[in-house]
Design a protein around this ligand. Structure first.
Ligand code: ZN
Length: 185
């Protein structure tokens, strides 16, 4: 796995226990905890890609209503996955973690300027923010790994279709968290 970084997408209070709660998302929390701890231990950068909306954002107005509004508790990472001081937080205002954010320059600056080559995606939701972030990663030439037991969606069907799409369209490698961890060391 060449120059990996973990990207944890939208593991925020509003998506896990708040306004857009999806109960099935709680099952990936222990897996993401293991992934993040192993990453930190192996000096793999951990980046949180977090919704931080203004109330006038199209996604809020047109589609989902208020969620993850910048500065609110709902927009904070869930306590179980609390970022450490060495981790990076990149705010976004729509599905993709790359869209008009500092994520790409951050990735390129890591590994002493060599840049991240492989993004490992976890978080929410398989068929939406994970998918759009994967699209933008693919357009920019990153290799993509998706932790299949570290991403979730509204339904099993959304989740499975999401994984299939990521594999078919962005050549994402679909791996378990344990398989990913083995490749760190
Ligand atoms: Zn949003």
């Amino acid at each position: 796995m060449e120059n990996p970084a973990i990207i944890v997408v939208d593991m925020l209070n509003d998506f896990v226990t708040g306004k857009l709660e999806v109960k099935r998302t709680k099952y990936i929390i222990p897996n993401l905890q293991r992934l993040i701890v192993a990453a930190r231990k192996n000096d793999v950068p951990v980046i949180y890609s977090n919704d931080a909306h203004y109330p006038q954002d199209p996604e809020v107005v047109e589609k989902w209503g208020d969620h993850a509004i910048k500065g609110t508790k709902g927009a904070e990472v869930i306590p179980e996955l609390k970022p450490s001081e060495k981790d990076y937080l990149v705010e976004k205002r729509t599905y993709s973690g790359f869209y008009e954010t500092g994520l790409d320059p951050l990735l390129r600056s890591l590994y002493k300027g060599e840049g991240v080559k492989t993004v490992v995606l976890g978080g929410l939701h398989t068929h939406m923010c994970v998918r759009h972030t994967a699209a933008d990663a693919f357009f920019r030439g990153y290799h993509i790994i998706v932790a299949k037991d570290g991403v979730e969606a509204f339904t099993q069907e959304d989740h499975e279709q999401g994984l299939k799409y990521l594999e078919n369209v962005y050549n994402a490698k679909i791996m378990t968290v344990d398989e990913i961890i083995t490749e760190f060391s």
